[in-house]
Design a protein around this ligand. Structure first.
Ligand code: NAG
Ligand code: NAG
Ligand code: NAG
Ligand code: NAG
Ligand code: NAG
Ligand code: NAG
Ligand code: NAG
Ligand code: NAG
Length: 421
């Protein structure tokens, strides 16, 4: 017995070879199709008259032709056949099958950056080969293949696609599956920019740069590719009004932006900003969450009201002099401070010597001081005026006045008229 080990070339899309299953000529055929088996007798015994064909070892036909045709094959016709030409035997394995059904469409995962992973889900049919092809479609419509991943057996196929703003957002993904009986494919068009769901921006800062102008910055999340095209929106909140501004940036990790408030702001009022980012200019692309809020203040001004509750109290008198004179006060009302109080200036003058004021004390007191005392200095028969103002870095408040003149006859109203506001 001579057994021929043979290879059969199948005209297929891939143009590849299938090997036989060993000593048999493997003969795949699509269900419903015909197959003609050819006994290679010419090479072996040209004078042999009869060729007997067997199916699973049983002779089914004695004939003189060297071909044997099976028609309209069904799955159960998958059998082993052989031809015997005067002792020269050739064996065939006929396999009836169908081409694979259309595979599921490729699936693309969301990513926090512009590297999108797509994969071809496994099909439920035994496959000889599976390919995932990726084409980019430019804004001008031209199509270019950028990936071709193939595996010889059933395997999930992956493709990472780096979105490139300058080339394309749109990609065509095609899964091609093949078995011995043919191939099928599924193709989808994808706007992969929709799969970018960025992480929120970090480290937002806000600086006051003028009476109504501000400068902000933020950093891109670590997962963001620096070269990726970025759109950002920022919300500016001031006096319970929020306005949204937006801009673009292409290739820096730290993004700077500037804005102005619409109206002259209240001094030292809070301004807050929040930023979110997205990839590309397509409206439906996903925004990140807003990053953490960052706040600063509009420029400060001098306080618009004097310190409040300005009082003086005295202790006993010894040798015509107060043992202690104690001034107390509280800061201007919060909404009139217009900034951070940095110091309190307290001036005490004697005003009843011929009406020419004489400075007794001039104190620069810390912001939190609300009390000041003068010991063994002020005379009980004189008139004193105390003037107090609270200061921000932009100037002093209107003065708060106090007169200490319990026993005085030399009280001088003109001066106080001038000084009082
Ligand atoms: C084929 O020929 C063989 C021997 O010559 C014989 O035994 C057999 O019965 C024949 N079979 C058919 C189906 O004609
Ligand atoms: C055909 O022969 C091969 C090799 O011996 C075997 O693996 C296969 O099961 C056979 N097919 C049938 C339908 O008997
Ligand atoms: C594709 O990715 C999946 C999970 O992400 C992994 O299990 C699989 O091995 C990958 N396949 C290939 C061919 O890289
Ligand atoms: C944000 O700022 C912190 C502190 O300044 C720094 O440690 C961190 O690296 C910054 N984050 C980024 C993404 O640059
Ligand atoms: C507010 O802006 C000023 C610049 O005017 C800056 O020095 C300061 O650090 C900012 N404050 C905060 C909390 O960012
Ligand atoms: C982009 O995100 C993916 C997760 O989807 C991650 O595996 C990858 O490392 C990220 N790339 C960069 C540059 O951070
Ligand atoms: C902002 O709104 C809050 C709560 O509604 C209110 O108490 C506050 O006075 C408002 N501030 C301004 C500046 O309008
Ligand atoms: C008060 O004293 C502080 C600290 O010495 C100084 O910086 C500030 O200019 C003084 N204020 C006035 C109004 O003189």
């Amino acid at each position: 017995m001579v057994k021929t080990k043979a290879l059969l070339l199948i005209a297929a899309w891939f143009g590849a070879f299938f090997s036989s299953t060993g000593a048999y000529i493997y003969q795949p055929v699509t269900r419903g199709g015909d197959i003609t088996l050819r006994c290679p007798v010419e090479a072996t015994n040209p004078n042999c008259g009869t060729i007997s064909w067997s199916k699973d070892g049983e002779i089914v036909e004695n004939q003189t032709e060297i071909t044997y045709t099976l028609y309209a094959l069904e799955f159960e016709d998958s059998r082993n056949y052989s031809c015997n030409n005067c002792g020269n035997v050739e064996e065939f394995e006929v396999k009836v099958g169908e081409r694979p059904s259309r595979p599921p469409l490729p699936v693309c995962r969301n990513s926090p950056n512009t590297t999108i992973w797509c994969f071809a889900p496994l099909s439920d049919v035994t496959l000889d080969r599976m390919c995932l092809h990726v084409y980019s479609i430019s804004r001008f419509g031209s199509k270019r293949r950028i990936k071709r991943n193939c595996e010889p057996h059933n395997q999930q196929l992956n493709a990472s696609i780096d979105l490139d703003y300058y080339i394309a957002y749109r990609y065509e993904l095609e899964v091609i599956v093949r078995n011995d009986f043919g191939q099928s494919s599924s193709k989808g068009s994808y706007d992969l920019s929709q799969n970018v769901i960025p992480e929120k921006p970090l480290n937002i800062t806000l600086e006051t740069t003028g009476s109504i102008s501000f400068e902000g910055s933020f950093e891109l999340p670590n997962s963001w590719k620096t070269a990726s095209y970025l759109e950002y929106k920022y919300q500016v909140t001031h006096d319970n009004n929020t306005k949204t501004l937006w801009d673009y940036s292409s290739n820096t990790r730290t993004v700077n932006f500037q804005f102005r408030l619409d109206e002259a702001p209240k001094p030292y009022s809070s301004v807050c900003v929040q930023v979110k980012i997205k990839f590309g200019y397509i409206l439906s692309n996903s925004w990140s969450n807003y990053g953490d809020k960052s706040c600063n203040y509009t420029e400060s001004a001098a306080p618009s009201r004097s310190p409040e509750n300005f009082h003086v109290s005295t202790t006993d008198i010894q040798d015509g002099v107060y043992r202690n004179v104690i001034f107390t006060w509280s800061p201007p009302p919060e909404e009139h401070r217009n900034g951070v109080i940095e110091e309190n200036l307290l001036v005490v003058e004697e005003v009843n010597q011929g009406c020419k004021p004489r400075e007794i004390s001039n104190e620069n007191l810390t912001a939190h001081t609300t009390q000041f005392s003068i010991s063994d200095t002020l005379k009980a028969d004189r008139t004193y005026v105390a003037k107090l103002s609270a200061w921000t870095n932009k100037g002093g408040s209107p003065l708060a006045f106090l007169v200490l003149a319990p026993f005085s006859k030399g009280y001088c109203p003109e001066i106080l008229e001038i000084e009082r506001r």
